[in-house]
Ligand binder design. Structure first.
Ligand code: SIN
Length: 474
């Protein structure tokens, strides 16, 4: 499948060198995209800049109708989008379908939320004066998106940006650009005017470099690693861009001794093994109280050992391939480091290579200690390290011992104890008896080095708005 750049309503880049996209489960080449750079990105930004006055002048209702059309098209093409996503990213087909529905839910939510962008009036301090606060779109948005959620991370940015009246240039990841291109094709089919949505694939440093330095780009929205996020933050200083960053996590899961153990096991499985553990908010370390430690582990192992690893297109697959060898090596390093320092592997503990593709079996480590690598770095793989804790406060202390603060989880049936833990956690998202808290209507984002700003919910559209204070003498 050959795909191209979308700039000012045209599919371009046929003459450029091509990047091959591989299926991480088979190694097959499944498509190509052009290797764009600075000059293509500049053209895309110019198109978005030119389209901005007209798009931002439409009523919120007019913009909403385009987004509603896009929403219907995404659902109409659910199977096709899901298959494409599994082929280029590897996640099981049922998860890809879930992601298409999740992505479409952002488009639907923001189609409505755009109609609720309110300003306010302020009581004046003088006679013959009116004071008001108006909201207006921030301008051209540059979006840089990750491979682990090839559709949702674009939809969560594109929908609020367009609903607010912004125009958009997206750089999808080199590993998974095909789903992104298909989404943009659907934007075209939805009749979104030319120049409003633009897409450039290719060299990250050049495309991102132009997005960061070009003064027409007023907002950068990025999902990816903390390391890259910090660089983008530095680069955005030159033209003082509005910036939203959704960065790395290292999510703790706390299981208190009054938890419903079966519910906790299901929640931890959902949080830990969804997307093969390649999710920013997936549980990375589990703290279980001593009274239920053995019982929890035995039930957890019994359930997790049923998970099937393989090609996401095959029926029955629960965990697809790792995205690449680097991802696999990191998982292996974390597991071996923990075992060499005294952790006991009670499930899995190994992976395998097939046709140059890398798979890791669901792995559970018990008696893990705070100093081990896996308790201090994001693993991004299907491994659950478990540490025994005694008190609720000790669990909170361990959970917060990290520079990250994206998501955390607590399992407890007690309102008092659960609430105490929630209050103590320095995290932007907390799932209490809930392993998958993400939803279009809720704010998603992190504290500390996990990022700046929120996506989803009302906060998600605020991120694309400027505040203008107007003082009127009468
Ligand atoms: C992420 O890993 O960043 C996205 C996960 C989600 O939206 O649930």
């Amino acid at each position: 499948m050959e795909k191209f750049h979308y700039i000012n309503g045209d599919w371009v880049g046929q003459d450029l060198e091509k990047l091959e996209v591989n299926n991480p489960a088979t190694g097959d080449v499944v498509g190509t995209v052009p290797i764009g750079g600075k000059s293509e990105t500049k053209k895309a930004i110019d198109a978005a800049h030119k389209a901005f006055p007209e798009w931002s002048s439409l009523t919120a209702y007019e913009r909403s109708s385009y987004l509603k059309k896009l929403h219907s098209l995404m659902l109409e093409h659910e199977d096709e989008l899901a298959e494409l996503m599994t082929i280029e990213m590897g996640k099981p087909l049922h998860e890809s379908k879930g992601e298409v529905a999740y992505s479409a839910s952002f488009v639907e939510w923001f189609a409505e939320e755009g109609k609720r962008v309110y300003g306010r009036t302020i009581p004046p301090h003088k006679e013959k004066r009116m004071m008001e606060v108006r909201k207006q779109p921030v301008g051209v948005v540059g979006a840089i998106t990750p491979w682990n959620f090839p559709a949702a991370m674009i939809a969560r940015k594109l929908a609020p940006a367009l609903a607010a009246g912004c125009t958009f240039v997206v750089k999808p990841p080199s590993a998974t650009p095909l789903t992104a291109v298909r989404l943009v094709e659907l934007c075209e089919e939805a009749g979104i005017p030319k120049g409003v949505v633009n897409l450039v694939t290719g060299k990250s440093s050049e495309v991102a470099g132009e997005l960061m330095s070009n003064p027409h780009v007023r907002k950068i929205t990025f999902t990816g690693s903390t390391e890259v996020g910090k660089k983008l933050m530095e680069q955005s200083a030159e033209t003082v861009k509005n910036i939203s960053l959704e960065l790395g996590g290292h999510a703790p899961i706390i299981v208190l001794d009054d938890a419903d153990i079966d519910k906790a096991v299901d929640g931890v499985i959902a949080s830990k093994f969804r997307n093969g553990g390649q999710t920013c908010i997936c549980g990375n370390r589990v703290y279980v109280q001593e009274k239920i430690y053995d019982d929890f582990i035995s039930k957890f192992v019994n359930k997790a050992k049923e998970l099937q690893v393989g090609n996401g297109l095959e029926e029955g697959t629960d965990i697809g391939p790792m995205i690449d060898k680097d991802g696999y090596d990191k998982v292996e390093k974390h597991v071996q480091n923990a075992i060499s320092q005294g952790a006991e592997c009670v499930l899995g503990g190994e992976g395998y290579e097939e046709n140059g593709c890398y798979f890791y079996r669901p792995t559970i480590l018990k008696d893990v200690a705070p100093g081990m690598l896996i308790m201090n770095e994001e693993t991004f793989g299907p491994v659950a390290p478990i540490q025994k804790v005694s008190t609720d406060d000790e669990a909170i202390k361990f959970a917060n011992q990290t520079p990250f603060g994206l998501a955390a989880y607590v399992f407890s049936e007690s309102v008092r104890r659960g609430n105490h833990v929630v209050n103590g956690l320095d995290y932007g998202i907390v799932g209490w008896n809930d392993g998958v808290p993400s939803a279009a209507q809720a704010p998603f984002g992190g504290m500390k080095q996990s990022g700046i700003g929120r996506e989803g919910g009302h906060e998600g559209i605020e991120a694309y708005l400027e505040t203008k204070y107007v003082s009127i003498g009468l």
